[in-house]
Write a protein that binds this ligand. Structure first.
Ligand code: HSE
Length: 403
């Protein structure tokens, strides 16, 4: 029997217990052992809960119990979760987590600690919820030099953008509806400002490079400035708007990474990823393109990924699974120096100025919109585009990168 402890009995924690219980036969078979949830750590009481008798309030009960060999950290945050993870690994207990903030911030240190103690720190659920993406990068695409990763990595923002497109509604209106339905957090900042996607692309980029990509250095823009009008011009051009986390290896030591809304052709493989779904598009030098699609959030999909890590730990008891994510920092390329085309929406009276500022571009029009117009610039440096927009001031109403 392999004893498991779950740290945090919230949405994902209760999902982990449910997956282990409901899929007991298959999970045990694939673990080649019987998994037993021995403890659930939470500050709260759960009177009447079927697992009430497993609730403990003191982490030391778990840390001191030599029978516990796998810990699921699904508390979130980088305070207690960091301390408990370190303590568990130091005692040789493997840790499986959905905590992308902690993985992005302390991944290499925790992996090193796991290795030193012949156990594992696994984080399949930290990116893309239930979509297998960490294991494919770490264990499946091992014959590949990964060249680029682009993903729709946040379910909340993808839901909001999909609704804006479908209903012609503005950001604030859709956000409120998403909050009322429980799809978006009451404090949605981490999602809508792109921080959540940033942590996820930092994790994927680190695995792509085999070295650390600092999430705090990644240029990050959210979706709060995207409007219903932008979707109208996107539609007129056969495009849609998606929040991308993207990363491209420029050399063994340098990566170009960013999180931002992009206007993309409806033909783009990521254009069909709608609602709360996520997808990760990976380009390898031998395989070419591959795409991983599925539910990027939610109780059972996320819990399923955590439990898949528990199964992996059960299969590798006393043995550390190789994971290439070194502490050494990767250089982040200066986004301002990179080139791309841009969409701008500007006031109708500024047409001549826009055409003069970005010669050779394309005007987009939408019936019934007389006060503004859309424009695709030619390919140009980000810094030149920004300087021109600054000069145009209030005449530029929206700007979105093209991909
Ligand atoms: N808030 C995240 C999302 C949850 O909306 O994708 C999953 O990481």
């Amino acid at each position: 029997m392999i004893n498991v402890a779950v740290l945090g009995y919230g949405t994902v924690g209760s999902g982990v217990v449910e997956v282990i219980e409901q899929n007991k036969a298959i999970v045990n078979k694939k673990s080649a052992a019987e998994l037993n949830v021995k403890y659930i750590l939470d500050l709260r009481e759960f009177p009447g809960d079927p697992y009430e008798d497993k609730i403990v309030h003191d982490v030391n009960v778990i840390l001191e119990d030599e029978e516990v060999s796998i810990v699921c950290e699904v508390m979130g945050g980088v305070g207690a979760a960091y301390q408990f993870t370190k303590q568990a690994l130091e005692k040789g207990k493997s840790v499986c987590t959905s905590n992308k903030e902690l993985v992005a911030k302390h991944g290499p240190e925790l992996l090193e600690l796991a290795k030193a103690n012949n156990c594992n720190y696994l984080f399949e659920a930290s990116v893309g919820g239930g979509i297998p993406i960490i294991r494919p990068l770490n264990a499946s695409l091992t014959a590949e030099k990964i060249e680029a990763i682009t993903g729709i990595l946040n379910g909340t923002t993808n839901y909001i953008l999909s609704k804006m497109e479908k209903e012609g509604a503005d950001f604030a209106e859709v956000l409120k509806e998403a909050q009322d339905k429980g799809y978006a957090e009451r404090n949605p900042e981490a999602d809508v400002e792109g921080h959540d996607a940033c942590r996820k692309i930092a994790i994927l980029s680190s695995l792509m490079m085999g070295k650390n990509v600092d999430s705090e250095k990644i240029v990050t823009e959210g979706i709060t400035k995207v409007t219903a009008a932008d979707f109208m011009y996107a539609k007129a051009a056969g495009c849609t708007i998606k929040l991308f986390g993207m990363s491209k290896a420029l050399s063994d030591d340098e990566v170009l990474a960013m999180v931002a809304p992009f206007m993309i052709s409806k033909e783009h493989p990521l254009a069909m990823v709608n609602d709360v779904f996520n997808a990760v598009f990976v380009t390898g030098n031998m395989l070419g393109d591959s795409m991983y699609y599925g539910r990027g959030a939610g109780k059972l999909p996320t819990a399923s990924a955590v439990v898949s890590d528990v199964v992996d730990c059960a299969r590798h008891q006393g043995k550390s699974i190789l994971c290439f994510w070194d502490k050494e920092e990767v250089k982040l390329a200066d986004v301002a120096e990179t080139e791309k085309a841009f969409y701008v929406r500007a006031t109708a009276d500024a047409k001549a100025e826009i055409e003069a500022a970005f010669p050779g571009g394309k005007v987009l029009t939408v019936e019934d919109r007389s006060k503004d117009f859309g424009y695709f610039t030619p390919v140009m440096k980000e810094k030149d585009f920004a300087a021109k927009c600054e000069k145009l001031g209030d005449k530029v109403l929206s700007k979105i990168r093209l991909a």
